[in-house]
Design a protein around this ligand. Structure first.
Ligand code: OXD
Ligand code: MN
Length: 592
């Protein structure tokens, strides 16, 4: 497949370590995919679903101990602890290599070593990067064929270069005590052992495209971010692109695939999806920031996805999709999850493969759910009805606005704009979200998650903030404008005030108007807030007073917020850029 000496050497080393029975190159062809599907069904890794209703779709069940990313077992192994910073688990690289090789040694015995050459981003794009993952799991291969671009062309593009990311995945015994997801950013290497769950084993995604790539971006002068990318088309046919970072459970996939309210659709507004989870961004020849989605599919959370909450995501799952840990409806051999519809299946198996009794289902008790709360679909991006024409083009899309956000019941207004890039970096660095009843633990606890990168930044977060500031200096007046949104303000009874979903388009329109200098704003202690009359409420059951209410900046709430940011900043020690400390001081001064 290749004459690249660095690739050949690594594969030889891995074969000697793992001792597979045989090695198979994955070539991305339809014939090979069919053969792999057949093997996966035969060995029980996949269940074939109804070919008429869900052509090319399969169900997979993980071990019950292996259903999510494991942040406490995820490590950044840089040569010094300081480089990894206070927000990452760290281990000395030599020590960790030894530990992992001891775990993985001989683990492919009796198994096949699949070698997957893949591109993150359109093959050959100047913004794309190459990886090679080896795995002993057919499920992983079939998922990688959806989530990345796999082809022999990838090796042609690589040529003799050593600029590629090594990824070793071994299922071993799916032993949670020996489960490790480790990154060696200085060696472009990822090793994942004892897991079969997507986020831990599809190494192109969080491991490469965020943790390793954020480190590469820091060294090479570009950005790898946990952001969706969407294009907003106006009635004149002009498209403006925005990138947005929200922590999990804040609706990134929903915003990425938004359907505008009817009155805006009739006028000719439309949203195009470029990506729903990750953005790689570089400064283009014209000095603007250009973004690609390095992925080729969506690894989305199934529960709650339905034709109203996200029609386009649901449509994306109707062909060539792999479902993980959802329920199997035995009546017609299709899938079901909580929130798909109101028809609880009478004759179904739950995500563990046990008969499920709908009579015992109690929404508040997750153990009675048919689908695991973190059950997923792996769906090809090409299935998405609103996928952007730019998705497969390597040039990337020019970003007009960057949007941060989180779930804050009382704090952040519906939307506000930062004063400038530096102030925007401050907003991103202080980003936070409140925990919901959906997750274990106390409700309403504020978790700081800077730029939604807390679990994904492959180096010291203080240095990451510095990198953001440096990028702003390079971009100068071509820098995207930075905003913050909060769809989650609540009234005195705890109900969400803003309708969210498609109606978020009203806020996006204000954001684009601001970028174009067409909308006014009021300066507040935290930044620029819209004049209420500039948020279009056509066809919405909301009065001006209510809108004004969710645009307010409460001084007491923000004084407490500033104190919490001060506490949060202490973690970063002398890596915290002085500019951000000054931003905090300004905020405190503005609040009086
Ligand atoms: C994801 C995540 O799966 O952010 O995208 O956890
Ligand atoms: Mn994500």
């Amino acid at each position: 497949m290749t004459n690249n000496k660095t690739v050949i050497q690594w594969l030889d080393d891995m074969k000697a370590l793992l001792t597979p029975d045989k090695m198979v190159w994955v070539d991305g062809s339809d014939e090979q995919r069919e053969e792999l599907r057949r093997i996966a069904v035969e060995c029980g890794e996949l269940v074939k679903l109804n070919e008429e209703k869900l052509p090319g779709c399969y169900l997979h069940r993980t071990k019950p101990n292996d259903v999510a990313r494991v942040e406490d077992r995820t490590f950044i192994c840089t040569s010094t602890r300081e480089m990894a910073g206070p927000t990452n688990n760290w281990c000395d690289p030599a020590e960790m290599y030894k530990k992992l090789y001891d775990i993985a040694r001989g683990s492919y015995k009796g198994r096949t070593m699949y070698v997957i050459p893949y591109s993150m981003g359109p093959i050959g794009s100047p913004l794309a990067k190459i990886g090679i993952e080896i795995t002993d799991s057919v499920y992983v291969v079939l998922n990688m064929l959806i989530m990345t671009r796999v082809s022999p062309k990838v090796l042609e593009v690589l040529g003799d270069s050593n600029d590629w990311v090594r990824g070793l995945h071994s299922r071993c015994d799916i032993d949670p005590e020996k489960r490790y997801i480790c990154h060696f950013p200085e060696d472009n290497t990822i090793i994942s052992v004892n897991s079969g769950y997507g986020g831990n084993v599809l190494l192109g995604k969080k491991c490469f495209a965020l943790r390793i790539a954020s480190f590469q971006g820091w060294k090479e002068g570009w950005m790898a971010e946990h952001m969706l990318i969407l294009g907003l088309q106006n009635p004149k046919g002009e498209i403006h692109y925005v990138a947005a970072a929200f922590p999990s459970a804040c609706g990134k996939t929903n915003l990425a695939m938004l359907i505008p309210p009817e009155y805006l659709r009739k006028k000719g507004y439309k949203v195009w999806t470029v990506g729903d989870d990750i953005a790689w961004m570089r400064i283009g020849e014209d000095g603007r920031l250009y973004a690609i989605n390095p992925e080729n599919g969506f690894f989305g959370v199934a529960p709650g996805t339905n034709e109203h909450s996200n029609f386009n995501a649901l449509e994306s799952t109707k062909r060539n999709t792999i479902f993980t840990n959802v329920a199997l409806d035995l009546n017609d051999n299709t899938v079901w999850w909580e929130g798909l519809n109101k028809n609880l299946p009478e004759n179904a198996l739950d995500w563990k493969g046990n008969p499920w009794d709908p009579a015992k289902f109690n929404k508040a008790d997750k153990t009675t759910c048919a689908a695991h709360p973190n059950s997923r679909f792996t769906a090809p991006a090409e299935n998405c009805p609103c996928i952007s024409d730019e998705f497969n083009k390597g040039a990337g899309v020019p970003i007009s606005a960057i949007i941060f956000g989180g779930r804050r019941a009382k704090c952040a207004p519906l939307v506000y704009q930062s004063r400038d890039w530096e102030n925007g970096v401050f907003i991103g660095s202080a980003m936070a979200s409140e925990t919901t009843a959906a997750a274990a633990g106390a409700v309403g606890v504020v978790r700081r998650d800077p730029m939604a990168m807390l679990p994904f930044c492959g180096y010291h977060m203080g240095d990451y903030f510095r990198h953001w500031l440096d990028m702003g200096k390079k971009l100068g007046d071509k820098a995207p404008k930075i905003f913050n949104v909060n769809w989650f303000r609540t009234d005195d009874e705890g109900n969400f005030v803003w309708p969210g979903f498609g109606d978020n388009m009203r806020v996006l329109n204000w954001i684009i108007d601001r970028c174009e200098g067409k909308a006014d704003a009021t300066e507040t202690a935290i930044g620029y807030v819209p004049k209420p009359e500039d948020i279009d409420l056509t066809d919405l059951d909301m009065d001006m007073a209510t809108l004004k209410d969710i645009l307010t900046v409460d001084k007491d709430v923000w004084t407490k917020e500033a104190a919490e940011i001060e506490e949060h900043y202490k973690k970063f020690g002398d890596h915290l850029p002085a500019e951000l400390r000054a931003q905090l001081d300004t905020l405190k001064k503005n609040l009086g």
